[in-house]
Design a protein around this ligand. Structure first.
Ligand code: EPZ
Length: 420
């Protein structure tokens, strides 16, 4: 199993190109199932989760061709199956979003229930509620969701009980091919939803309101092929900004989308970073300063993203002062706290959703273990700041969502190696 060896104490400095967004690419790839025509997707990040989605499309019978720049062409003309098996869904929950597209195009789909995961129970009730409102008959049996429909789905008014990114995406994709108009209220406003809606509109869908909490979808009879480039990964960008800030360094990110990072940039400024943004680049400079402690409360977009909570918590661990970090999206997203404490951090869990961080002057290397994707990067941030060499085990979690992590960190001057 791969591990990362990081010797701390280097100040990160340099320029990085931001990769395409994992959480947008995965849904867009699922969306290619909505048409029999070839669809060409660019700026797809080279990640394990993307490979899993491509494997899933292949197992359904789609023809997938990749070029050396990770432009992916999918032709879902002759599917041989509408079943997403447990083996694939259990390795990546995002596979569940093929349910909406398969159901809308073929009138039936069978997708394994994803089950719980390291960050919480993560039910899919809202996905199913939305698809049922569009007229699908839904059964749960043998660990699978079976959805069926005679003829086309029917447009409906749907109000989600809570804001769900995946639920919004599944129902949005299904509604594109429904008969009549669908109105999705309390929809997620995340930039990845906007990217997905732009992609679907490029295929001929008629979606409006994306980026607001009400989506209007006028169903069309068929969608066609298109060429589309995935948006920049805001979580990857934010993560490297935090890593550079934590080491007192400076970084320039290119091919980024600064307008998707307002909440994170605001917090980094409170921590003492000087930040300048252009249309598609971000420059951060800490001028060698130790960060100031800043309270964080995660929220749905445009609030502070849960996917950057762990990394910010790691920076707060060596910041000047005490801080409170509150997680409101997932019920179990503090697994990194114990690992950070192994490195000498002083973090106490007040309850399941609040961590109290007492900033310490230094961390010290120790062997640690990654528990989930973003938590893993918090250990990287901590290791970059720690005295000595930290061994981070189970980094397959990191490879699910951070492209060529050691190369990118080395470009910024970090002392990092992958070992087997
Ligand atoms: C997406 O997960 C992202 N994953 C997550 O990123 C991200 O943390 C999350 O959105 C929130 O921004 C992908 O896009 C692949 P949700 P998703 O449905 O869609 C509850 C990463 O590290 N809920 O918005 O699964 C749920 O349990 C990953 O890249 C229900 O109760 O998130 C959670 O508490 C981790 N019923 C909350 O809503 C439902 O039917 C938000 O979940 C659906 C969700």
């Amino acid at each position: 199993m791969d591990k990362l060896l990081i010797t701390g104490g280097k100040t990160l400095s340099g320029t990085l190109r931001v990769s395409g967004a994992k959480n947008s690419a995965l849904k867009i790839l699922a969306g290619t199932l909505l048409t029999e025509e070839p669809v060409s997707i660019g700026n797809v990040p080279h990640l394990h989760d993307v490979t899993t989605m491509i494997e899933l499309l292949g197992s359904l019978g789609a023809d997938v061709v990749l070029d050396e720049k990770m432009r992916v062409e999918v032709t879902a003309a002759n599917l041989k199956s509408v079943r997403a098996p447990y083996e694939l869904v259990k390795t990546m929950r995002a596979s569940f979003v093929v349910l909406g597209p398969l159901l809308a195009r073929f009138g039936r789909a069978e997708v394994s229930l994803p089950g719980g995961c390291a960050i919480g129970a993560r039910p899919v009730d809202q996905h199913l509620k939305g698809l049922a409102a569009l007229g699908a008959r839904i059964d749960l049996a043998d660990g699978y969701v079976r959805a069926e429909m005679d003829g086309r789905l029917k447009g409906a008014d749907i109000t989600f009980d809570l804001v769900t990114v995946g639920g919004t995406e599944n129902v949005l994709m299904a509604a594109t091919l429904a008969e009549g108009t669908t109105r999705i209220a309390n929809a997620a406003r995340e930039p990845e939803i906007v990217d997905l809606a732009n992609f679907l509109n490029a295929m001929g869908a008629r979606i409006s309101g994306h980026g607001t909490s009400t989506l209007i979808v006028e169903g069309v009879e068929r969608l066609s092929g298109c060429r589309f480039d995935v948006m920049p990964d805001r979580v990857e960008a934010g993560t490297y900004l935090i890593a550079a800030a934590a080491t007192g360094g400076r970084v320039r990110l290119t091919e980024a989308a600064p307008d998707t990072l307002d909440a994170v940039i605001e917090k980094l400024e409170c921590s003492g970073a000087e930040i300048r943004c252009d249309v598609n680049s971000i420059e951060l400079d800490m001028h060698g300063r130790r960060p100031r402690a800043v309270d964080i409360r995660t929220d749905v977009y445009p609030g502070f993203p849960t996917d950057m909570q762990a990394q910010y918590l790691a920076m707060n661990a060596i910041a000047e002062g005490d801080s409170r970090v509150t997680e409101t999206i997932f019920e179990n997203r503090f697994m990194h706290v114990q690992e950070l404490n192994r490195l000498g951090a002083q973090i106490e869990l007040e309850n399941a959703s609040t961590a109290l961080v007492h900033g310490v002057a230094r961390l010290k290397a120790a062997p640690v273990m990654a528990t989930d994707l973003r938590a893993s990067f918090s250990l990287v941030v901590a290791a970059l700041m720690a005295e000595g060499t930290t061994l981070i085990d189970r980094i397959y979690h990191i490879d699910r969502g951070y492209e060529t992590i050691e190369e990118k960190l080395q470009l910024l001057g970090a002392d990092v190696q992958r070992v087997r």
